[in-house]
Design a protein around this ligand. Structure first.
Ligand code: MN
Length: 315
């Protein structure tokens, strides 16, 4: 009988599993994870009768065919998540804890399954998954160093970003193993300073590089930046875009990250008026996304001026 632990490589996925394996150790489980945007993870699971699969923080809708295959092959599955699940299959071997309300992340779903046994970890994950208010609310009455937990959650989340796993400071499975030694994040911070320092120093260096990015256009209502073709850009662009948006809520932002001959474009509408990002990006061949946050996968260099004009027009 084999065990498979399948989890998103971001703070929410990693820390959900940390809580579960503190409560129910499975040292022989095969770890299946990837960078944050790698969500089709169940296709790597070859489980059969008698095997057990734990799935954390990846959309059931995106993995439904493989979930059905695994259930058909006779494995049992525990599935916890907060993303859109689509039509959940009914199967006696599927135990699902799905809550898609906007006020919850997977680590908090696990926290309630475990009756708060590893609450400090859950709070750290909620910070890392960009739910600061919910994180703080769940720490009420506990004497926790919230600033430290917020920083740790942000750093674990940051580690998940990159175009390829080789961009990351730690493979998410290795980062999981480093955290899973400890009952609390406070113990981790005291016990594994080299892991923390590598993340923290990496973040600071990437952020420093991002702050020197070339400004393509700047006005009171919008900022367009260009980042160079480098792993540091691929790690920091998403986190940096969110940070700029938080600091300038009335301004729209676009970050163009050079990738070979093209640019990977990430657009954030102003936080105070979260519309227009999708219609802007859809004007370009490889564009798509949501009203508040959208992107273009490969913007050719010759289209950069047209993009700048369209961005100014949109915001
Ligand atoms: Mn999550």
């Amino acid at each position: 009988m084999a065990s498979f632990d399948v989890f998103n490589g971001d703070a929410d996925g990693i820390i959900s599993l940390v809580q579960m394996r503190r409560a129910d150790p499975r040292p022989d489980a095969q770890l299946i994870t990837g960078r944050k945007r790698d969500i089709n993870l169940l296709n790597r699971v070859n489980a059969g009768a008698g095997d057990h699969v734990t799935v954390l923080d990846i959309s059931m809708r995106s993995n439904i065919d493989d979930l059905n295959r695994i259930l058909r092959n006779g494995a049992s599955v525990f599935y916890a998540d907060h993303h859109n699940a689509g039509d959940m299959p009914r199967h006696p071997n599927l135990h699902a804890a799905i809550d898609t309300s906007p006020e919850i992340c997977t680590a908090l779903i696990i926290d309630s399954c475990l009756e708060g046994a590893y609450r400090a970890w859950a709070v750290t994950a909620a910070f890392g998954d960009n739910f600061p208010k919910i994180a703080t609310a769940n720490a009420t009455g506990l004497d926790l160093p919230l600033e430290q937990l917020e920083r740790l959650g942000m750093l674990v989340n940051y580690n998940g970003y990159g175009t390829d796993i080789s961009d990351l400071h730690f493979h998410p499975a290795d980062l999981y193993r480093a955290l899973a030694h400890y009952d609390t994040p406070i113990d981790f911070l005291g016990g594994s300073p080299t892991v923390y320092d590598k993340l923290n120093n990496g973040y600071e260096a990437d952020l420093h590089a991002a702050k020197t990015a070339k400004v393509l256009d700047e006005s009171p209502t919008g900022l367009i930046l260009e980042l160079p073709d480098a792993a540091s850009s691929r790690r920091i662009s998403g986190v940096y875009g969110n940070k700029l948006a938080q600091e300038n809520p009335n301004r729209a932002h676009a970050i163009l990250t050079r990738t070979g001959d093209n640019y990977l474009v990430s657009v954030r509408a102003p936080l105070t008026n979260r519309t227009g990002a999708d219609t802007l990006c859809l004007q370009f061949e490889t564009g798509g996304g949501r009203a508040a946050a959208a992107g273009i996968n490969a913007l050719p260099e010759r289209d950069v001026d047209r993009f700048i004009d369209a961005f100014i027009e949109a915001f």
